[in-house]
Design a protein around this ligand. Structure first.
Ligand SMILES: Cc1cc2nc3c(=O)[nH]c(=O)nc-3n(C[C@H](O)[C@H](O)[C@H](O)COP(=O)(O)OP(=O)(O)OC[C@H]3O[C@@H](n4cnc5c(N)ncnc54)[C@H](O)[C@@H]3O)c2cc1C
Length: 429
């Protein structure tokens, strides 16, 4: 079986590790961070991702770790008036084969890491600086004085929005600032139980700002997030902390109970949201991309990590179908995934525009649509995204033709500093 080296131990890389190991692959994960310690706030996983993680053997532990919302309310920014309610809860499961689950991000990461460590080798403090495709095999090079080489049959760049692997493969293309800065707060249950109803996720829609609040950790913590468009600041980071008062400065006139949730946060992180241009090609010989490295998107559909999980499942399925021709398998993987993720990048951008509308004619039209949406979509605005099943997409997509055998003739890498291989050209769409 091919030996797969995964660059990056984020949600995408770890999901891919578990999916590949389940299908019998030997996997090594290389993570630049010095240790497993993960800082972060909230993350919501739609049923399109949860049902795949269930299949990877994580069903029980995920339900013990996350929180299942019973309803999602969209409300107005100033007076909290209800615009739309979606009932979720236990009745989601029969329809979608899984619930939505809301996590404290470090806890989800811990679950994935614990399982990945049981089935694969995970190395921390291992920063990949170069990738070379030599025809019959490939390898990555680690930073550091000895420039260690790690051999592989396949390399997966799951190294996030600032992906080194993508940079090596595609060249100049850079992450693009979306214009949104996100403040991500966490409050303890005892501090906010009087403010936030049990089991309800609340979204405040308002001009150039967007608030979200929902329970995590089985209801022990509350996420309090605020997206701010046009904030005069653009540093990408999961870990920068700030004071809750900073975000209040952007929210004059907003619904007082939302502001009070912010005041009661014990942790407030700040990060600028960067996105990636869609790529026409993800797979280059024996090297491919996954997760944010391929398709970082705005967070307004809550689908970035979910898409990384779909990628992970599809990658493992394609490699398992064609382990003797990994180039063809990687092409098939990209063919199954590119359109889906491109559509989500578009719809996430469109969702941002709709949520951020100032009061006026367009906002009234949006709210009128919310008022009748349940007639055609009882599961709310995200129903079509959640109904998508990557397993069905894999079944209906044509099998890959076998790759050009001349690729496997064993040509040697010419340069360890960067990417070397036969397919190093790609265009940004
Ligand atoms: C504010 C906000 C809210 C969000 N909310 C949601 C949500 O509710 N639901 C959802 O589905 N998605 C959400 N997302 C998106 C989601 O967080 C990302 O899509 C997801 O974390 C991407 O996972 P990844 O594994 O691709 O990348 P990452 O999680 O970024 O992991 C990449 C890993 O690669 C490592 N790495 C980088 N370079 C190297 C290198 N050269 N060598 C070795 N290791 C390297 C990094 O240290 C990191 O550990 C949100 C995003 C934002 C910004």
């Amino acid at each position: 079986m091919p030996r797969v080296v995964i660059v990056g131990a984020g949600i995408g890389g770890l999901s891919a590790t578990i999916a590949l190991a389940q299908r019998g692959f030997e996997v090594e994960v290389l993570e630049q961070r010095p240790s497993a310690c993960e800082i972060g706030a909230s993350l919501s996983l739609g049923p399109n991702a949860v049902r795949l993680l269930d299949e990877l053997g994580l069903k029980e532990v995920l339900r013990q770790t996350g929180a299942i919302p019973r309803a999602v309310d969209l409300v107005r920014w100033d007076d909290g008036r209800l615009l739309h309610r979606t009932e979720l809860g236990a009745s989601m499961e029969p329809h979608f084969s899984a619930p939505q689950l809301d996590f404290f991000r470090p806890e989800l990461h811990e679950v994935l890491l614990a399982r990945a460590e049981q089935v694969a080798s995970i190395r921390f403090g291992a920063r990949v600086v170069a990738v070379a495709d030599e025809g019959r095999t490939c390898h990555v090079v680690l930073g550091g004085t000895d420039r260690e080489r790690v051999e592989a049959t396949v390399v997966v760049g799951a190294d996030g929005v600032s992906s080194t692997v993508r940079q090596l493969l595609v060249g100049k293309d850079q992450p693009v600032f979306s214009g949104t800065v996100v403040y991500r707060g966490i409050a303890d249950r005892r501090d906010v139980a009087d403010l936030h109803p049990a089991g309800v996720n609340c979204y405040w829609l308002g001009p150039n700002r967007h608030g979200v609040s929902y329970w995590l950790s089985g209801g022990e913590r509350l996420a309090v997030t605020c997206a701010v468009r046009d904030a005069a600041w653009s540093q990408e980071s999961w870990t920068l902390q700030t004071a809750p008062t900073e975000v209040l400065g952007y929210l004059e006139g907003w619904h007082e109970p939302f502001l009070e949730r912010i005041r009661r946060c014990t942790l407030m992180l700040r990060s600028a949201v960067y996105v990636r241009q869609p790529l026409a090609q993800w797979s280059f010989g024996r090297v491919t991309l996954l997760g944010d490295a391929a398709h970082a998107m705005q967070p307004f559909e809550a689908q970035g990590a979910a898409q990384a999980v779909e990628d992970a499942y599809a990658l493992a399925a394609c490699l398992a179908e064609g382990p003797d021709d990994v180039r063809a398998a990687l092409q098939r993987y990209a063919a199954v995934r590119i359109e889906r993720t491109r559509e989500l990048q578009d719809s996430s951008r469109a969702a941002a525009e709709a949520f951020y509308l100032p009061d006026g004619e367009e906002q009234r039209r949006r709210d009128a649509e919310y008022a009748v949406l349940h007639r055609r979509q009882p599961w709310g605005p995200r129903q079509p995204l959640w109904e998508y099943d990557v397993r069905a997409a894999l079944r209906s997509a044509p099998r890959a033709a076998h790759g050009d055998a001349s690729h496997d003739t064993g040509s040697s890498a010419s340069d360890d500093l960067g990417y070397s291989g036969r397919s190093a050209s790609a265009s940004v769409l």
